[in-house]
Design a protein. Structure first.
Length: 189
């Protein structure tokens, strides 16, 4: 999960510093795999270009694209959104719980006609309906290829082919028994 911290202080000496370049910045992004470590957009773009995922794009283009991808929330504000949880439909909640257990999700709560699943900080909710009304969602993972391989080894039904996308993600889609499409992806290695 990526969090954004934005400080309102006008003085550069009061601003938090980038964990990469050390420069004081008004806006920093927390590294998803290293909680508590914040870097500036310039260092994030440098690292992405260096890793090869964005090498073909110019810096102005990358900034325009990532402006829409990076969360714009404050880390400790009551007036901003903190997460989004998809609510998908299910015609059989037990079958849904069993299917998503293979993906690594555990039951966090079960109510009349409602199921909450979680894997760490990620939640999926399911509302029981007499007829399926399939939905879509996207899940970021650390290594999509490893997840895809594990699901194929477990012979999970509905797992599509994995592919590297033009936008720098490696993705595949899992279709559950009710037709919900869950896209799973990570950065291209």
């Amino acid at each position: 999960m990526t969090l954004t911290r934005q400080e309102s202080s006008g003085s550069t000496s009061d601003r938090p510093r980038c964990g990469c370049c050390g420069q004081p910045r008004a806006r920093l992004t927390e590294l998803g795999n290293t909680p508590g470590v914040f870097i500036c957009a310039g260092c994030a773009l440098w690292a992405a270009r260096r890793a090869g995922g964005l090498r073909a794009l110019s810096i102005p283009t990358v900034r325009r694209v990532t402006r829409h991808l990076l969360p714009r929330r404050h880390a400790h504000s009551d007036s901003t959104f903190h997460s989004a949880i998809p609510i998908l439909t299910s015609t059989n909640l037990q079958r849904t719980a069993d299917f998503y257990a293979a993906l690594g999700f555990e039951v966090a709560g079960r109510y009349d006609a409602y199921l909450l699943l979680h894997d760490g900080a990620v939640e999926l909710h399911f509302a029981q309906q007499p007829e399926a009304a399939p939905g879509h969602c996207f899940l970021h993972v650390g290594n999509a290829a490893a997840v895809w391989k594990r699901l194929r080894e477990l012979d999970v039904s509905g797992v599509g082919q994995i592919a590297d996308m033009d936008w720098g993600l490696r993705e595949f889609t899992v279709v559950d028994p009710d037709g919900n499409r869950v896209r799973i992806g990570s950065g291209v290695d």
